[in-house]
Design a protein around this ligand. Structure first.
Ligand code: NAI
Length: 266
């Protein structure tokens, strides 16, 4: 069922790789809600993933961009402004990568070059995207910018490694850039702290499957699926959340507020 929540709104969605990606679900839902958008990902992801399937389904243009490259981002935003014939209303940052996690390197013996790369991709790219949009005055008044995060930014989850640190940084950028966007442009900036969901990024985390089951048991409402997450993000892009900004919004079935659940001890 569609509510036309995003009718007339235009945006850019970063990070749809395959049908499991959170960004993929957001794109599908945004399309249903009558938004127009550009899909973007790295050239490698465009080759390896299924983004053209999604672009076909959602009648959207694909523009390659490495979100750590200011040159790529400039081209992307210029294309978007040209394509839409004006400013945009929403941006989704659904990007993360830890080389240390992928290579199974423990937190206690982290490789710092990998750390720097992962931080650039997973956190600094959010700043770069916003800075590019800012410098081009690309956002409409009352626009909305959202990134995905995880509760390991606030509490220690051993398997989440250096990604925990990237997520803390990402949430900090949200507050600090969010202030400036609010003051100058009436644009809101938030992160959504999502339940574990089975995606390519998640599968690279050791022990993810066991944790997924445990998280389901702890959360009073159960894990939030990627589809649930997409629905929530649509509300953040809609006009019904205009005064929500600089927040880290938990979308996790109650996981972050639960200590020990009955299911765990029975
Ligand atoms: P995914 O693997 O489908 O998406 C990650 C995306 O990042 C991919 O499309 C990948 O191509 C893109 N990417 C990597 N390097 C990039 C770069 N340099 N420039 C542009 N894009 C780049 O996985 P998922 O799970 O959909 O991840 C999306 C976001 O959701 C991430 O921020 C992740 O940390 C977050 N998240 C995921 C959870 C989960 O359990 N799956 C839970 C909480 C948050």
């Amino acid at each position: 069922m569609s509510y036309n929540l995003l009718k007339g709104k235009k945006g850019i969605i970063f990070g749809a790789l395959d049908e499991n990606s959170i960004a993929w679900k957001v794109a599908e839902r945004a399309y249903k809600e009558k938004a127009s958008f550009i899909l973007t990902n790295t050239p490698a992801a465009l080759r390896m993933g299924k983004i053209y399937e999604l672009s076909h389904k959602t009648e959207s243009m694909v523009v390659p961009a490495d979100a750590t490259s200011i040159i790529d981002l400039n081209i992307l935003f210029d294309k978007a402004l040209d394509h839409f014939g004006g400013k945009i209303d929403f941006l989704l940052h659904s990007i993360a990568m830890s080389i240390n996690i992928r290579k199974g390197i423990p937190y206690t013996s982290i490789n710092y070059e990998f750390l720097r790369k992962g931080w650039e991709i997973s956190a600094v790219s959010y700043h770069k995207i916003m800075q590019t949009a800012w410098s081009k005055n690309a956002m409409n008044k009352w626009g909305s910018i959202v990134a995905l995060t995880y509760v390991a930014s606030k509490r220690s989850f051993s398997y989440y490694g250096d990604m925990s640190d990237y997520k803390s940084y990402l949430e900090s950028i949200t507050r600090n850039f969010g202030y400036h966007w609010g003051i100058k442009k009436k644009v809101r900036v938030n992160t959504v702290s999502q339940s574990p969901s089975v995606t390519k990024a998640a599968k690279s985390i050791k022990g993810f499957n066991q944790f997924f089951i445990l998280s389901e048991k702890i959360s009073p409402l159960g894990n939030a699926s990627a589809e649930d997450c997409a629905n929530y993000i649509i509300t953040l892009f809609s006009d019904f959340t205009r005064k929500v900004t600089m927040q880290n919004l938990y979308h996790d079935g109650g996981f972050s507020k639960t200590g020990i659940s009955e299911t765990m001890i029975s």
